[in-house]
Structures are given as structure tokens and as C-alpha cells.
Ligand binder design. Structure first.
Ligand code: NDP
Ligand code: HSE
Length: 434
């Protein structure tokens, strides 16, 4: 290795993640050199306001991102975020044959196809492990370790903010607004939590996961999305009463079988009840976990810290070592694999199950009126629980799998029955036999 040309790195962004990337690169310089087979040299750090970055060597800081990307660097690490100008910078880097490591889920969920094409044109690497579930090694297993298997389902908790809120609601019985306030006070939710609580962040991650798992291009626009703002204390209590808990899930699954002649995929983000015995139910606070099912490998679970400067920087550094090694041996990591081109099934045609909790009049014939609506929509009931009160009754129904459209129509019609006083809670159910 003596005399080996250093791998020169441009770091774009030095915020929560970038600062930790610099620290790890500096603290572990000797080990990284040994692992890569060449020194890894930080050539420059692009930021907006150099004056506020006293923690990094001043001579490395620049505001001229284009000049840094166009300089003689081998690798561009992007931890700025957002679509533009990150997209333009990374296209420029890849077109010039520089490898790219990015943590930018928003960008990848929209433009991974374009970025991969630019990478292919020059033989450059594009790695993005940190973009989904922070520190958890998840994309490499999907892209490489499981490349010989057939993945059927990826279901996970990929947003720490919403998991912190839902875990809090479950343990205290408090409502959504109150728990969000607490999460903001403790620094778990951002001042503007929209991207997290409305499910945009998880939808970007779901698009990336589905693309890799099913060898198809899926963008954020293909992902059905519901956030957690409408999850009520009553929903959480209803779940608890049935031995379930509520999680915001990113679900990517193959949909095939006799009724769906053409194989397709369903990609969606929404709150769902899962059994308290399911492995994902034990994932609390800001942690992430992803459950993967594959034909030959069976069920696997990936668990760990999904955010934070150091955990995310760990994933970035892992990618940096991989692309640097590839450059030392003039090799290349995996390219885009989108050969399957599976279509994404609209949400209305996705197979789902519902939990429906109703307040109904307690008199003869009510149950049969409600059951008739299910039959009319060809929705099969899996379980019914009725508890009488003084002059009304609580009726809880869990369905078998049906199309989401049929289930929605059923709920709409039931809500309009004169014998139904209130639809207390409606939520999808996941993680159980259909
Ligand atoms: P921050 O907001 O903390 O940092 C962003 C950095 O980018 C800052 O240093 C900022 O400069 C710099 N920057 C912004 N705009 C420009 C610009 N036009 N020119 C030059 N520099 C610019 O973001 P994070 O570190 O939290 O996130 C970075 C990326 O990592 C995002 O894509 C995010 O989604 C992803 N990610 C983050 C995780 C986390 O836990 N934070 C987890 C997983 C992924 P300045 O400091 O001067 O303002
Ligand atoms: N806002 C994200 C979360 C950060 O809450 O999980 C990691 O992408």
C-alpha cells in the first residue's frame, strides 16, 4: 500500500450527518486506509455558511459546490438533502465518472433511474445505504445478499419520529396532538414534522425498498400514503383490547395468484394494527426495524437506529469504504436492477384486512344488518366481538383479506346504517394470517 494514490473525497453538507462523517473519517483514518487499500483523503467540504463550522478544518470548507465536484476528487458524498441542487450535483459527479454515496431518500425516491443511468454511462458507483433506516444494513442485503432469492414482502417501521409518537400513545393512552407536542419538546420530532407524520419520509423509503426488492422502478408517486395524524386514542385502545398495537408501516409486497393474473406489486405506507406478539410490535421509540420475507431464506428482521448523526454516518462510511475499494481494484458495485418492471397495483386493488369498531343499537337484527353489508361487498368476516352496554353495544369486526376498495365501500355503507350510532375506529390489520 505505500505509495498507493489516495482516494479523494468531496463531502457535500456538514450538518447532523456530515459532521459525524468528518469525525469518523478523521478518527479512523488508519483503519480506513488498511480496509480500503489506499488512504481516504477528505479534499473539501461544501456548506452554505462556512463561519458556523468551527469543528472542521477551515481550509477544507467551501461554498462553491460545483468547483468541488468538478475538482480531481474520486468520490462525492452527498449529505445535504432535498431534490435540487443535489440532483444536479450528483448527475455532474456521475457523468464525470466519480462515484457517489448519498443519504438522500427524497432524491432517490424520485430520480434513482436517472442517477443510475448516469452512473452506467461512466461505470461509476452509486451507493445509498443511509437513505433507508439509517444505520441498519438493509439495502446491501436486498441488493446483494438476497440477489439470488425471490423476495415476496418487505414490511417495516422506517420512520423513527412516528414510531416514537405511536409508542408514546400506546404506553400512556394520550392522544396524537399531546404526544406530538411531547416528541417535539424532547427533540424527537422536528419543528416542522410534516414529512414524518404525514408519511412522506416513509413513502420515499418504501419506494427505494420496493425498487430493490422487486427489481422494478418504483417512485414516491407510486406509493399509497397515509400518515398518523388521524390515529386516535380510541384506535390505540381498540387495538390494545384485541392484543394489538398500532404502527406506521411501509409495506412492499408481491401480489400474485389466480385472481391477479399479472404479477404486480403493492407499495403503501399507512398506520396498521399488528399483533403485540409480532416482532415489529416490540420496536419502540425512535428505533426502526424491517421484516423481510423471501422464498428460500424465509423471514428475516433488521433492527437498529434509523436516524441520528453517528448511526447514519456509519452507513455512509460503509458505502464510502465499498466505493473506495472498488476504485482501488478498478471494480464496480452492483448496478441498477430494474429488469422485472413489475407494475404497481393501485391501492384500491391491494389486498388488505380491516379492523372496524362500531357503536350500535343493542336490539335484535342489528348484527345481521351489518353482516349483510359485508356479504354485499364480498368481504368475508374473520372475527366478531360484541359487548352489550345499557342501551347500545360495542361491535368489533375483523375481516379476512379483500381489496381495499371493497373494504372502504363496506365501511362507508355501514356508517350510514340507522342502527350504527358511531364508527369508533377503522384501521387496517397486518402481520396475521389472512
Ligand atoms: P442538515 O440539515 O443537518 O445538514 C445539511 C447540510 O447541508 C448543512 O451542512 C448545510 O450547510 C448544507 N447545505 C444545505 N444546502 C446547501 C447548499 N445549497 N450548498 C452547500 N451546502 C448546503 O441535514 P442532515 O445532516 O440531517 O441530513 C443530510 C441528509 O441525510 C438528508 O438527505 C437526510 O434526509 C439524510 N438523512 C438524515 C438522517 C438524520 O438522522 N439526520 C438520517 C438518515 C438520512 P450549513 O451547515 O452551512 O447550513
Ligand atoms: N425523520 C426521519 C425519521 C429521519 O424520523 O426517521 C431518518 O430518515
Amino acid at each position: 500500500m505505500p505509495g498507493q494514490k489516495p482516494i479523494k473525497v468531496a463531502l457535500l453538507g456538514c450538518g447532523t450527518v456530515g459532521t459525524e462523517v468528518v469525525r469518523l473519517l478523521t478518527d479512523q483514518a488508519a483503519d480506513l486506509t488498511a480496509r480500503v487499500g489506499a488512504p481516504v483523503e477528505l479534499a473539501g467540504i461544501a456548506v452554505r455558511k462556512p463561519n458556523k463550522h468551527r469543528e472542521v478544518p477551515a481550509e477544507l470548507l467551501t461554498t462553491d459546490v460545483d468547483a468541488l465536484v468538478e475538482s480531481d476528487v474520486d468520490v462525492v458524498v452527498e449529505v445535504v438533502g432535498g431534490i435540487e441542487p443535489a440532483r444536479t450535483w450528483l448527475l455532474k459527479a456521475l457523468t464525470a465518472g466519480k462515484s457517489v454515496v448519498t443519504a438522500n431518500k427524497a432524491l432517490l425516491a424520485e430520480y434513482s433511474g436517472e442517477l443510475f443511468e448516469a452512473a452506467d454511462a461512466t461505470g461509476a458507483d452509486l451507493y445509498f445505504e443511509a437513505a433507508v433506516a439509517g444505520a441498519i444494513p438493509l439495502l446491501r442485503p436486498l441488493r446483494e445478499s438476497l440477489a439470488g432469492d425471490r423476495i415476496t414482502r418487505v414490511m417495516g417501521i422506517v420512520n423513527g419520529t412516528t414510531n416514537f409518537i405511536l409508542s408514546g400513545m400506546d404506553s400512556t393512552g394520550a392522544g396524537y396532538a399531546e404526544t406530538l407536542e411531547e416528541a417535539t419538546r424532547l427533540g424527537y420530532a422536528e419543528a416542522d414534522p410534516t414529512a414524518d407524520v404525514d408519511g412522506f419520509d416513509a413513502a420515499s423509503k418504501a419506494a427505494i425498498l420496493a425498487s430493490l426488492a422487486f427489481h422494478s422502478r418504483v417512485t414516491a408517486a407510486d406509493v399509497y400514503r397515509e400518515g398518523i395524524a388521524s390515529v386516535s386514542a380510541a384506535d390505540i385502545a381498540a387495538a390494545k383490547g384485541l392484543g394489538r398495537t398500532v404502527k406506521l408501516l411501509a409495506i412492499c409486497e408481491r401480489v400474485s395468484g389466480a385472481e391477479h393474473a399479472e404479477e404486480s406489486i403493492s407499495v403503501r405506507v399507512h398506520p396498521a394494527m399488528i399483533p403485540r406478539t409480532h416482532p415489529l410490535a416490540g420496536v419502540h421509540g425512535a428505533f426502526n426495524a424491517v421484516f423481510v420475507e423471501a422464498d428460500a431464506a424465509g423471514e428475516m428482521m433488521f433492527y437498529g437506529k434509523g436516524a441520528g448523526g453517528a448511526p447514519t454516518a456509519s452507513a455512509v462510511l460503509g458505502d464510502l469504504v465499498a466505493v473506495a475499494r472498488n476504485r482501488v481494484v478498478s471494480g464496480r458495485g452492483p448496478r441498477e436492477s430494474a429488469y422485472a418492471g413489475l407494475p404497481v397495483r393501485p391501492m384500491g386493488q391491494a389486498p388488505t384486512r380491516y379492523h372496524i369498531s362500531l357503536d350500535v343499537a343493542d336490539r335484535p337484527g342489528v348484527l345481521s344488518q351489518v353482516a349483510a353489508v359485508f356479504a354485499e361487498h364480498d368481504v368475508s368476516i374473520a372475527a366478531v366481538r360484541q359487548e352489550g352496554r345499557v342501551d347500545d353495544a360495542s361491535l368489533v369486526i375483523v375481516t379476512h383479506a379483500a381489496t381495499d376498495a371493497a373494504l372502504r365501500s363496506t365501511v362507508d355503507k355501514i356508517g350510514g346504517l340507522p342502527v350504527v350510532r358511531e364508527v369508533v375506529s377503522v384501521m387496517r390489520v397486518e402481520g396475521e394470517e389472512t
